[in-house]
Design a binder for this molecule. Structure first.
Ligand SMILES: Nc1ncnc2c1ncn2[C@@H]1O[C@H](COP(=O)(O)OP(=O)(O)OP(=O)(O)O)[C@@H](O)[C@H]1O
Ligand SMILES: [Mg+2]
Length: 227
């Protein structure tokens, strides 16, 4: 290995990622030859047209799906050779994910939604949940349910939930896509504050050039390839 040192200084490394889907008789190559590394605490924005492969890439990097070929390493551990159980554990401990459409659990309160990843890991940390409720300015909504929240409040709950287990890397798929300008700004500011406070690496898919400008680095994906 000629780049051992490099490996150690990256939280995420993707090598030669390829992803294809079978659609009837046709194979469609959605991602081709993707190479990408992210350093601890780094903020990387991913831009690209609709259908270019951004969400597919994010789900592979976060261990939510498997690439057709290639290798993805998180803190040196190869995600591509892990079982579903191992991947689930990895997602609990090291990875946060914020979906465009929030994915909150409707029957749980704000506090319980934020606590949820800890409860499946059979951990408890009331202090951490309270700290995050403060960080996302939702202390006064702790006992509300998702249907009682605004879009921005839902997204802030989702961000707190993604961070509760102190992941080293947070993936967010258009986290401000469903929000008005004011809420989008607040969610964005929150992500950046949390990135700084916890040195969490951020990988964010966005169509917003303003958000991309704040990133340490912007990568663009065209027809499944990074340019
Ligand atoms: N499970 C699947 N089966 C077949 N094709 C798929 C599947 N998932 C994604 N695709 C195709 O892969 C391409 C990339 O999809 P993806 O969701 O990654 O795009 P995107 O860049 O996130 O777009 P958007 O900005 O609209 O969210 C699209 O052409 C889509 O139709
Ligand atoms: Mg998408």
């Amino acid at each position: 290995m000629n780049n051992m040192q490099n490996n150690e200084s990256h939280v995420l490394e993707a090598h030669q990622i390829h992803k294809s889907f079978q659609l009837e008789e046709n194979q469609i190559d959605v991602l081709k030859n993707i190479n990408l590394s992210v350093k601890p605490g780094e903020f990387v924005a991913i831009m690209g047209k609709s259908g270019s492969g951004k969400s597919t890439l994010l789900s592979l990097l976060a261990g939510l799906d498997h690439p057709s070929s290639g290798q993805i390493k998180l803190n040196g551990d190869d995600l591509t050779h892990m079982s579903e159980e191992q991947l689930a554990l990895k997602r609990q401990s090291d990875i946060g994910f914020v979906f465009q459409s929030f994915h909150l659990i409707p029957t749980l309160s704000v506090r319980e939604n934020i606590e949820f990843p800890l409860s499946i890991a059979r951990q408890q940390d009331v202090g951490r949940v309270t700290e995050l409720l403060t960080a996302v300015e939702l202390t006064h909504r702790a006992n509300s349910f998702p249907h009682q929240l605004s879009g921005g409040e839902k997204q802030r709950t989702a961000i707190a939930r993604a961070l509760v287990a102190m992941p080293q890397i947070l993936f967010a798929d258009e986290p401000t896509g469903n929000l008005d300008e004011k809420n989008a700004d607040q969610v964005l500011q929150l992500l950046l504050n949390l990135q700084k406070a916890f040195n969490t690496a951020l990988v964010v898919v966005t169509h917003d050039p303003g958000l991309a400008q704040l990133a340490d680095r912007t990568i663009t994906i065209i027809d499944g390839e990074l340019v």
